[in-house]
Design a protein around this ligand. Sequence first.
Ligand code: GLU
Length: 285
Amino acid sequence: MQIRRTGAVFAMAAMAAGLAACGGGDSYTNALEKVKGAKEITVGTKWDQPSIGLKKGTADPEGFDVDVAKYVVKELAGGQDVKITWKEAPSSNREALLQNGTVDIIFATYSITEARKPKVTFGGPYIIAHQDTMVRADAAGIAKATDLKDKRICQAQGSNSYKRITDPPPDGKLGLPAKLVGASNYSECVQKLSGGNLDAVTTDNLILAGFSAQEPGKYKLLNDPFTDEKYGVGLKKGDKATCEAVNAAITKMWQDGTAKQLLEKWYGKTGMEFPTSAPPAEGCA
Ligand code: GLU
C-alpha cells in the first residue's frame, strides 16, 4: 500500500511539473530551462548608458550589452528565437533583481567583483573594460587617474567604480582620498559633470566613450586606464547550468566574429582597440 501511494504521488507530481513546463512562467528551475521550454526570458540591462544599454522612448533598449544579450539568449535556445522582456537593471539593484527573480539574466556593465561573488553567479567575462576618467573638455589639472586625489568624483549608487579610487584591492585599486558626490546612475553623473558639480566621472571606458560620443567636444577622456573590469553575465546564485551554457555562447560569439562586429558597430568610431579573442572564462561558481 505504502509503495503504491508513494508511486501515485510521484506520478501526480511529475504530471504537475509537465503541465507547469508547458505553461511557462515561474516553474522553471533555472534560466536555461526557461529559455528552452517557454522560449521567453527577462533580461536586465542598463537603460541610461549610450552605446552599451540605452532605452529611447518605448523602443527596446539598444547598445553593445543589449546585442550581446540577444546573441547569448538565442544560443541558449539552440538558435531559436526567444521573446525577450527587457527590464532596467541599474547598478544599485542588480543583485536584488536576480535574487528576487525580477530578471532571469543581466547584461549591464556588470563587473565580476569579490563583493558580488557571494550573491551572484557570473558567466563570462564577455569583454574586459578598463576604468578611465572623463572631465570637461576645458578642464585643467587632471591628466591621470592619480590626479583625482581630493577631487570631486561621482559615486553612482551600487557601482564599484568609486571604490577603485578610494579603496585598496581587490575591489578597490588606488586607495586615494576623494570627495564623493552621490548620483543614482551614470547619466546623472554626467549631468553633474556638465553642471560643474563634479570634477570628473571615473568609470569603465566603454561607458565613458558612449557618453562622450553623444556630445562631441564637450568632454575628454584621460586615456589612462587603470583597472580590468571583467564584464560578467549575472545569474541567480548557484545557476551553474545556465552559466556553463552562457560561457559556451560567449566562446562562440568571439569565434564566429560577432564580438568583433558588435564592438565595431558600437565603438568603431572611438578609435578604441579591442582584443580579437574571448577573455579567459572565470569558471561558474
Ligand atoms: N563595471 C562597474 C560596476 O559594475 C561600473 C559600471 C556599473 O556600475 O555598471 O560596478
